[in-house]
Design a protein around this ligand. Structure first.
Ligand SMILES: Cc1cc2nc3c(=O)[nH]c(=O)nc-3n(C[C@H](O)[C@H](O)[C@H](O)COP(=O)(O)O)c2cc1C
Length: 169
């Protein structure tokens, strides 16, 4: 798919069909995450793949929305703070790296005709328990992964003139 078409086609899917995602499609999506750039190439992330079927209660503890438990898979991008590149002013780039990984996963999923939705508003403690994360690993963002059951709405975005400055602020 043409890149411009791909980024227009992606939207936050909040209704899913239960139809399974093939192993091949999942492998391509995970490979896109693996190839994401990270600061100093530290790759301080891990991707957890959850099979959603039969565990609606556990998933609802993470994020209590009906659509979150509809898709057959849920992906979580986790960060390992100790592995992340830290700038000399102390700013860790863990979240930036994780966000790029998630965006690669989401765009690759879009190319497969699959739906996703960024989820940052989950319960971190429940995520740690449900995913069995060790103390040194942080859950950063989730997405369901499955075939959309609804059509996208219109994109609401500010005009470029509000978002871009040339040369100086
Ligand atoms: C970092 C980030 C966190 C988000 N967290 C949530 C969330 O917790 N729940 C949710 O329903 N949508 C979440 N979203 C989706 C946004 O609401 C959505 O991307 C935005 O409204 C634009 O709509 P679109 O994705 O359909 O283009 C998040 C998006 C981003 C980028």
């Amino acid at each position: 798919m043409d890149f411009q078409e791909l980024i227009r086609r992606r939207y936050s899917v909040r209704a899913y069909r239960s139809e399974p995602v093939s192993e091949e499609a999942l492998a391509r999506i995970l490979e896109a995450g693996r190839l994401a750039p990270t600061a100093a190439n530290r790759q301080p992330f891990r991707i957890v793949v959850l099979h959603a079927a039969g565990r609606p209660e556990a998933l609802a503890r993470l994020y209590d929305r009906r659509w979150f438990v509809q898709a057959p898979l849920v992906l979580c991008v986790c960060g390992v703070p100790e592995e992340a590149w830290v700038r000399k002013d102390g700013r860790s780039h863990l979240d930036v790296d994780a966000a790029i990984v998630m965006d690669h996963l989401i765009l690759a999923a879009t190319e497969e005709g699959l739906g996703t939705c960024w989820i940052a508003n989950f319960d971190p403690e429940a995520a740690r328990q449900v995913l069995g994360l060790p103390a040194e690993v942080e859950p950063i963002c989730f997405t369901p992964l499955g075939y959309p059951a609804a059509a996208p709405g219109p994109k609401e975005r500010r005009p470029l003139s509000e978002l871009v400055r040339y040369g100086r602020w």
